[in-house]
Design a protein around this ligand. Structure first.
Ligand code: 5GP
Ligand code: MG
Ligand code: MG
Length: 183
């Protein structure tokens, strides 16, 4: 089991840097959606739950929060590429302003699929934001409207993001580094 191999987590992005970046992103999002009657902020479960919580509290706009779950890695470290919707939104988005919130854009399959899926419901305006972007890993041509941080090809955890369901509660983003097992 990959998750049984001993590993340490090296901090990559501090909690302070994340908070500062979110303040700037929230200003840009507010400018984009200024005058909206209500913005539907859609978090992709589960990795975005910490990011969406911090982001909406910085957003000076009337918002509604909804969640969608797409199939992901499972507990593996590689993308499955075939994306399925496991849990749909509770609310309607036709004619509404929508912001899709994702943790990481890696190969690009997940967010491009979800954007196409929700775009088919004819929202008035739809934008995407991801906390992290790994541009070197892209397999489909997709760019989120806002990115928190562009990072190299490392497996990261923390701030909502897991390794086999662990480490979501770290307040910072760190990279996983495997170490030799003790004797
Ligand atoms: P994509 O479809 O863009 O390849 O993958 C996006 C999803 O893969 C992200 O939402 C995230 O769940 C997962 N992912 C990509 N990179 C990492 C990573 O470094 N760590 C973790 N835990 N998940 C990742
Ligand atoms: Mg994800
Ligand atoms: Mg995951």
């Amino acid at each position: 089991m990959a998750d049984r191999k001993p590993y340490v987590i090296d901090q990559m992005i501090s909690a302070k840097s994340i908070a500062a970046r979110i303040e700037d992103l929230a200003d840009e999002i507010r400018d984009e959606f200024e005058g909206t009657d209500k913005l539907v902020v859609v978090g992709l479960l589960r990795g975005s739950f910490v990011f969406i919580a911090d982001l909406v509290r910085e957003l000076d706009l009337p918002v509604e929060v909804d969640f969608l779950e797409a199939s992901s890695y499972g507990d593996a470290m590689e993308s499955s590429r075939e994306v399925r919707i496991l849990k749909d939104l509770r609310g309607k988005i036709e004619g509404r302003d929508v912001l899709i919130v994702e943790d990481i854009v890696d190969t690009g399959h997940t967010l491009s699929h979800v954007a196409r899926f929700l775009g088919g419901r004819n929202p008035a305006r739809m934008k995407t934001i991801a906390l992290l972007d790994k541009p070197s890993r892209r397999e489909v041509d997709f760019t989120a409207d806002w990115i928190g941080f562009s990072i190299p090809d490392e497996f990261v955890v923390g701030y909502g993001i897991d390794f086999a369901q662990r480490n979501r509660n770290l307040p910072y983003i760190g990279k996983v580094r495997f170490v030799d097992a003790p004797e």
